[in-house]
Structures are given as C-alpha cells and as structure tokens.
Write a protein that binds this ligand. Sequence first.
Ligand SMILES: [Zn+2]
Length: 94
Amino acid sequence: MRVRYLGASDPLSLIHGKIYSVLAVEKNWYRIVDETGEDYLYPPEVFAVVNSTHMVFCHDCGKKLSGTGVTVTTDTHSGVRRQVCAECARFYKD
Ligand SMILES: [Zn+2]
C-alpha cells in the first residue's frame, strides 16, 4: 500500500505531499521508511491512501479491467453508473 503524507513537512521525518510505501500496519499505525531512511510507525490520520495501480474490476464478471477496456454504463433500472468490461457492456446495449 502507498500513502500520501498530508501533515506538515519535516526533513527529518516526512515531506508533505510525498508518497511513501507502507511496510506494514501495526496496531492500525503505518510502518513507513521516512526521510531518515529508517522505518517508524506513524498514525494513519496524517495520510491518504493512494490507489497506485488504479485497478478497476468489471462490475458484472469481476474481471480486471485495463484502462482501455473500461466501459461505463448506466443501469436503466437503477440509474447507477457502473464500470464493466467490453463483453459485459454488450448486454447493456439495446
Ligand atoms: Zn465483465
């Protein structure tokens, strides 16, 4: 998991806006290699989780979608927008 630090910058701990890798989550705190090059525990409140891979899954079949294969359809019954793969998208077209 990768997180973006949202707290105040400190050159000896963490820099605001920089993305860090979480090595582990211990008692709900993030273990992060900070600017000193050593890993320390930090509270999760000062971070935002970054979806680094932008993984999207087909709403219907659960297949992982690549960026180009994503089709957003609107369910005519519920009006809910959902992302589906090209195969599943065919069933939404009249
Ligand atoms: Zn699908």
